[in-house]
Write a protein that binds this ligand. Structure first.
Ligand SMILES: Nc1ncnc2c1ncn2[C@@H]1O[C@H](COP(=O)(O)OP(=O)(O)OP(=O)(O)O)[C@@H](O)[C@H]1O
Ligand SMILES: [Mg+2]
Length: 152
């Protein structure tokens, strides 16, 4: 478990995670409203060196951030909040299968929805505490993480 006292800590944690991420990795973020899922994704985006500001998409569900100069891997940022009651069928419409091989795909509110897109995923749970700190727990699921999970 990692303690994240400030939003800066959460972004730094994202940057650190990004160093271990490779094209084809699926990252599923869970935690309540305001837990810091987007802040963590911003840190991952910084670490991957992608272009464009990572924001909470209001009208789009998925946004692709291409690598900038010196960047390594595209980031596909999905906010599945509005899909959480819709189920995997509507998720298929996003056609994430096509992106997943070449990108790092980070899905907010993706728990129970997107795991079937890949044989492996990284589950990151954020919790929000009374003192405004957050804690993160990371669980690596599936064969892609064999021998890599120690980098997290
Ligand atoms: N330790 C912390 N880590 C992350 N965010 C923090 C922390 N402390 C305070 N905050 C604040 O909490 C908010 C987190 O917002 P963020 O949009 O990242 O959450 P979210 O989980 O994506 O929410 P949503 O469920 O609405 O998508 C920000 O305003 C941020 O400044
Ligand atoms: Mg968010």
């Amino acid at each position: 478990m990692t303690v994240l006292r400030t939003v800066a800590d959460t972004k730094a944690f994202g940057r650190r995670l990004a160093a271990a991420l490779e094209p084809g990795d699926l990252v599923v973020l869970s935690g309540p409203l305001g837990a810091g899922k987007t802040a963590l994704t911003q840190g991952i985006g910084e670490g991957l060196g992608v272009e464009g500001r990572v924001t909470s998409p209001t009208f789009v569900i998925a946004r692709v951030h291409r690598p900038g100069p010196g960047g390594r891997v595209p980031l596909v940022h999905v906010d599945a909040y509005r899909l959480r009651d819709a189920g995997p069928v509507e998720l298929d419409d996003l056609d994430l299968d096509a992106e997943i091989d070449s990108s790092v795909v980070v899905v907010e509110w993706g728990e129970g929805l997107v795991e079937q897109l890949s044989d492996s995923h990284l589950e990151i749970r954020l919790e929000r505490h009374d003192d405004d700190s957050r804690t993160a727990t990371v669980e690596a699921v599936g064969p892609r993480w064999t021998g890599r999970a120690h980098d997290l």
